[in-house]
Design a protein around this ligand. Structure first.
Ligand code: FAD
Length: 485
């Protein structure tokens, strides 16, 4: 098999906002460095509605740290949380100077939303499309830089030589590409796409976790997957569409099949995890509204507020019922963001020299649960940190062409189905590694994953790329399928 060769200074794997922020930072701090951004498309960053920043005059970095640690049940890495919260205002201001003008109220103050688990209204946003707007800006900027190359390439393996990163193997239009680079930043996003029912596309299969693990880098907190509590299961047309939980502060209600409120009046609103648990428990307790979920009833939200504050949601969902009083959709929790990930320090470096990670690919920031808007913040804070570290990192280029060739020679080929393996993984994770997990279920999941691996090895797909996709997916799924209280 012919392998084409690319030499560069830094390879950024993933073109979501953490990757783009890292790239922009490198172009500013080390414009002499050549960068390649390898990306498959379908990033979650387009969905970021807003990000947390303590802009309220009564709010503070300390309060923000406390909220984040409390939501994470103290499982978070305090140094990462401190960095996240301390950099938040600066990141928000820098986004504004980049042209992302956050919505403001008539009095000129920020029109912030309040996430579950937050003591203050803290989510600044540009309409509901902060992520999309930032991506557009950043891509436009980066395309002007001659030292930056965008490639539609899937990275399947990292190579380590002399105790440091030496490069990566990718596939592009079916052909293998050897990237000989001294610096790699993993910004591959989360693993929600491995689940059958998830909020995101199948291109987010957590490959960065498998790549890092295979290169000898530790992962942290992988049992912590965040389930978006309110994801539409019915009407079928909107299956997979997440409903923003801040609407529960505006008068929307969750109602089970017997008309009982899932969130009892007067009880304070839990963070996302707690809400997902309540919905799952209500369904298990006989409250299933027909498709495994409960009703998200919008009728308590004043229609004018719904229309003005959530225009995209309003436009999409208002036609569901002719009568606003009956406007509701059925929702249930879906795999959303991966809270664990690659272990990093607060400068986004990993234990392997030359390897950095940012965004949803890394772990330790959110602990047990994530506050809404903290992922939107994390991608900018740690994307920038990874860019600063990679810009300062100095190491010579090592050629990995021969290593790639030897590696690929040993990858088997057959006529098996990669789709069947990935579907099998999705079913196992949905069934056993969801909101509620049991020892017995996790054991069944592990057994199922082991059988899928045997199936893959006994009858590999026709393409080596597909074999490696499945192998990485199985490795990540094994990490996700752990018992979690
Ligand atoms: C529906 C939805 C709504 C959300 N809303 C919010 C919100 O309002 N606020 C908030 O804080 N968070 C939100 N989140 C979470 C947030 O969007 C993500 O955590 C964040 O965008 C992740 O950014 P990232 O740059 O780390 O990864 P992504 O933006 O997901 O980018 C990862 C990129 O890596 C590429 N990639 C993956 N593997 C490979 C590989 N092997 N080779 C090459 N490329 C690869 C993918 O193609 C993708 O383009 C939301 C998530 C979803 C799914």
């Amino acid at each position: 098999m012919g392998i084409s060769s690319v030499k560069s200074d830094v390879l950024i794997v993933g073109g979501g906002l953490s990757g783009l922020k890292a790239a922009l930072t490198i172009t500013e701090l080390a414009p002499e460095k050549k960068l390649v951004i390898a990306d498959l498309g379908g990033c979650a960053s387009t969905e970021v509605m807003g990000l947390c920043a303590p802009m309220d005059s009564k709010d503070s970095v300390d309060c923000f740290v406390e909220d984040t640690m409390r939501a994470g049940n103290g499982e978070n890495d305090p140094a990462l949380v401190r960095r996240l919260c301390s950099d938040a205002k600066d990141i928000a201001k820098s986004l504004e100077s980049d042209g992302i003008k956050f919505d403001r109220k008539c009095d000129g103050s920020y029109d912030m939303l309040r996430s579950l688990g937050s003591s203050f209204h803290r989510v600044v946003h540009y309409k509901t499309v902060t992520g999309k707007a930032a991506i557009e800006k950043y891509r436009t900027e980066l395309k002007k830089c001659p030292q930056v190359e965008f490639r539609k390439s899937r990275i399947v393996k990292l190579f380590v030589k002399g105790g440091r990163i030496a490069g990566a193997l990718g596939f592009e239009n079916g052909g293998a590409v050897a990237y000989s680079v001294p610096g790699v930043i993993l910004t591959t996003g989360g693993a929600a796409g491995l689940y059958g029912f998830s909020t995101w596309t199948k291109s987010l299969q957590g490959s960065g976790y498998a790549l890092a693990l295979d290169a000898g880098v530790e992962l942290t907190g992988m049992k912590r997957v965040q389930f978006e509590p309110c994801v539409t299961v019915y009407p079928e047309k909107f299956r997979g569409f997440p409903i923003i939980t801040t609407m529960l502060f505006e008068g929307a209600k969750l109602i089970d099949s017997r008309g009982r409120e899932v969130l009892k009046p007067g009880v304070s609103m839990p963070a996302k995890r707690g809400l997902a648990e309540l919905i799952t428990a209500a369904v298990a307790d006989g409250g299933d509204c027909g498709h495994g979920g409960v009703w998200f009833d919008f009728s308590g939200v004043e229609e004018s507020i719904f229309k003005s504050k959530y225009p995209e949601y309003y436009k999409k969902l208002r036609p569901v019922s002719a009568d606003y009083k009956n406007l509701r959709v059925e929702v249930k929790p879906a795999a959303h963001t991966t809270l664990g990930g690659i272990k990093i320090s607060s400068d986004a470096s990993t234990s392997l020299p030359g390897l950095f990670a940012a965004g949803e690919a890394c772990g330790g920031i959110h602990g047990r649960d994530r506050i809404g808007g903290n992922a939107g913040l994390e991608i900018f804070v740690f994307g920038r940190a990874a860019g600063i570290s990679a810009a300062a990192y100095k190491a010579s280029n090592q050629d990995i062409g021969a290593e790639c060739e030897t590696f690929l020679k040993n990858i088997p080929e057959g006529d098996g189905s990669a789709m069947a393996i990935l579907k099998g993984i999705g079913e196992l994770l949905d069934t056993y590694a969801g909101v509620h997990r049991s020892e017995a279920g996790i054991a069944k999941c592990a057994e199922g994953l082991k059988n899928l691996k045997i199936k893959l090895e006994n009858n590999p797909p026709a393409k080596k790329e597909d074999f490696l996709i499945c192998l990485n997916a199985l490795s990540t799924a094994e990490q996700l399928a752990q018992i979690a209280d």
